[in-house]
Write a protein of this length. Structure first.
Length: 259
């Protein structure tokens, strides 16, 4: 009887040690996950800071120098008489090249740091949708809460929403074969919800992920840094939906979405 009791005590002790070991492993896992979240958030912040610096340098040096060069070329063309037709043609071609380069620089600046960020969330999204519609020919519609404030999110949160929208639209253009995209903004339940829905071919959620399809997944941790969530869902033949949720600051009002 004593031997049985001793064996039971050993078994209980082993179980307790195993439970403690599992708890320690779980704590270590949570700590590792938190460190990974922090590292990825820092990586995204560093990347945006680098983009901001590059954008500023491009604007302050290359863009300004190109504008000065354009003014010089325009003056040269004005001072060239009609007898120098060949020279005027070459000057005109040079001016066209400078204008093309200026447009390219402007596009790069917009990709690095959207110039409309300071105007707020809605303006940023509207500009991105208009640009996408012109470039792709895919019809875009924005449905937003009528009383939504432009300052409902801080600049960094707006930038994160913009990056999610940008990547969503890139995926629509590359993969979906869609003819229409609807973006909905809602501020109910003390959070911002943005859904990007297309009427394209959708995708099989059980199919292996393609090696080049991690753009939105890369943004999941960035969204998580703002205590938000990002989910991509869809079905073959029924389009795709990207859903982003980010908590609002206390005191922000909620209004229903209109179509």
């Amino acid at each position: 009887m004593l031997r049985v009791a001793q064996d039971q005590m050993l078994v209980n002790q082993a179980l307790v040690e195993k439970i403690f070991a599992c708890e320690r492993a779980e704590v270590a896992l949570r700590q590792s996950e938190q460190k990974l979240h922090d590292l990825l958030a820092h990586q995204h912040a560093t990347r945006e800071d680098e983009r901001r610096q590059i954008s500023r340098r491009l604007h302050d040096s290359l863009a300004q120098n190109l504008l000065a060069l354009r003014m010089d070329i325009v003056m040269m063309r004005q001072q060239t008489t009609g007898r120098h037709r060949q020279l005027r043609d070459r000057i005109g071609a040079a001016l066209d090249n400078v204008d093309l380069t200026l447009r390219s620089v402007k596009e790069m600046l917009g990709e690095l740091r959207p110039p409309c960020l300071e105007l707020g969330l809605r303006a940023t999204i509207e500009v991105e949708l208009r640009k996408f519609e012109r470039a792709s020919g895919i019809a875009c519609e924005l449905c937003a809460s009528p009383g939504m404030s432009d300052s409902i999110l801080g600049e960094e949160e707006v930038l994160t929403v913009h990056r999610v929208l940008q990547e969503s639209l890139n995926n629509v253009c590359r993969h979906s074969l869609a003819s229409r995209v609807v973006v909905r903004l809602d501020t109910g339940a003390n959070r911002l919800t943005m859904t990007v829905t297309d009427n394209g071919i959708g995708f099989d959620t059980d199919a292996p992920r393609k090696p080049n399809s991690y753009g939105l997944l890369d943004l999941v941790e960035r969204v998580a840094a703002h205590r938000g969530h990002l989910v991509v869902s869809g079905a073959r033949g029924h389009g795709t939906e990207v859903s982003l949720k980010i908590p609002l600051s206390p005191g922000q009002s909620s209004t229903p979405v209109i179509g």
